[in-house]
Design a protein around this ligand. Structure first.
Ligand SMILES: [Zn+2]
Length: 383
């Protein structure tokens, strides 16, 4: 399997991912103190471990009465990017009972960021009253849970009694940070908020919970429970959900000084109306929605124009980035719907991955710099 060792470049240690098989044919993808492991405690288990101090582990999906933990382990397909800066794990588990649903995860690991796509494949005949897509178990000496987008609301996790539920909502938090003394992990939903909240369209409800159990955070994603009294159970359907994880190590925190050659300033750029973010009250924001192809094309053009003359060590930046919610369904190429609640964080990090691959061939790089008061500053690889 491909393995790229750390090498020295201009006095700095540059780190590359390493990828290997572990026992029980699990996979281990690591960089420095960071490890992403599969199949440690069960087929559904993917664990992000930060310096042995805090970890986030996926919990099993449950479709009606069928838990993913009863699934047969299917494909385990690892892929390392040529430049050693990105590693993708594709995992698949099929449940050999009932209507034999299948759970697949695609996990892309980059510097300070994991993007996860969770696919549940169900036949129409797979009619169930409850679907849980698992969730995350956060272990380590967690002291605080912070919700930066909700006015930095802080939960003193250490002081909580066992069994206490401290988050119980129909929607996911825009950002949740789990913090130990030395390290932290952040969670954010992907752009597909309308999919996480699909239950209402099928006479059901969704519920997202965080509670303290065995000293750990159990973050549970119950995306569908049929409303009581509803006779008709909806047909099974394929479900795709995305989310992001990021991390920080306090002791290893080095503030990288950005010396970017040229930048694209989101605050002064002129976006046409159809590209701009639409608020819940139908007013338009000034800035383009990154989930919109038109906005993405403008940013890609900026990168392409600089690619030809880019040199080793060059850095380009997108500045004054504001990530947010948008309701314009046309950004998602959904002709049928007019309004669909989404955000544009995942689209933006996808753009960055693309740009890093393009510029990386010339030894150049790109960074995303948020506005000064952004709750995302320092997370998901943002500056
Ligand atoms: Zn949008």
């Amino acid at each position: 399997m491909a393995e790229l060792k750390s090498r020295k470049t201009s006095g700095e240690t540059e780190e590359f991912f390493e990828l290997e098989y572990t026992g029980r044919k699990g996979l281990l993808c690591s960089i420095g103190n960071i490890r992403v492991m599969t199949d440690v405690s069960g087929v559904e288990d993917v664990t992000l471990d930060v310096a042995g101090e805090i970890s986030a582990k996926t919990l099993p999906v449950k479709i009606g009465d069928l838990p993913e933990s009863s699934a047969l382990r299917g494909k385990r397909r690892p892929h390392m990017a040529e430049n050693g800066k990105e590693c993708t794990l594709e995992l698949e588990n099929s449940i050999p009972f009932g209507e034999e649903p299948c759970v697949a995860r695609k996990i892309r690991v980059e510097e300070k960021l994991i993007s996860c796509t969770l696919d549940i494949r169900m036949r129409a005949s797979c009619r169930v009253k409850n679907i849980s897509v698992g969730g995350l178990e956060i272990a380590g000496a967690v002291r605080k849970v912070i919700f930066p987008v909700e006015n930095n609301k802080e939960v003193d996790f250490e002081a909580l009694e066992e069994g206490t539920v401290f988050y119980d909502e129909k929607t996911l938090p825009a950002l949740a940070v789990f913090e130990t003394k030395k390290s932290s992990i952040a969670f954010a939903p992907g752009d597909d908020l309308w999919r996480w909240e699909f239950a209402g369209r099928f006479q059901g409800t969704s519920r997202f919970l965080m509670k303290k159990e065995d000293g750990k955070v159990k973050f549970l994603w119950e995306i569908f429970t049929l409303d009581p009294g509803v006779e008709e159970v909806p047909d099974g359907r394929n479900i795709r959900l995305t989310y992001l994880l990021s991390w920080k190590e306090k002791r290893a925190e080095k503030v990288k000084k950005l010396k970017c050659k040229t930048s694209f300033n989101m605050a002064s750029a002129d976006f046409q109306e159809s590209f701009r973010r639409k608020n819940a009250d139908e007013t338009l924001a000034k800035t383009g929605c990154f989930a919109c192809q038109g906005t993405e094309n403008i940013l890609k053009k900026f990168v392409r124009q600089r690619l030809e003359n880019a040199q080793e060590g060059d850095c380009f930046a997108i500045t004054n980035v504001v990530v947010g919610e948008c309701w314009n369904a046309s950004h998602l190429e959904r002709a049928k719907a007019k309004n669909l609640r989404h955000q544009d964080l995942a689209a933006l990090v996808d753009f960055r991955s693309w740009a890093k691959r393009q510029l990386g061939r010339k030894g150049a790089d790109i960074e995303l710099v948020t506005v000064e008061d952004s709750p995302l500053k320092g997370w998901m690889g943002f500056y």
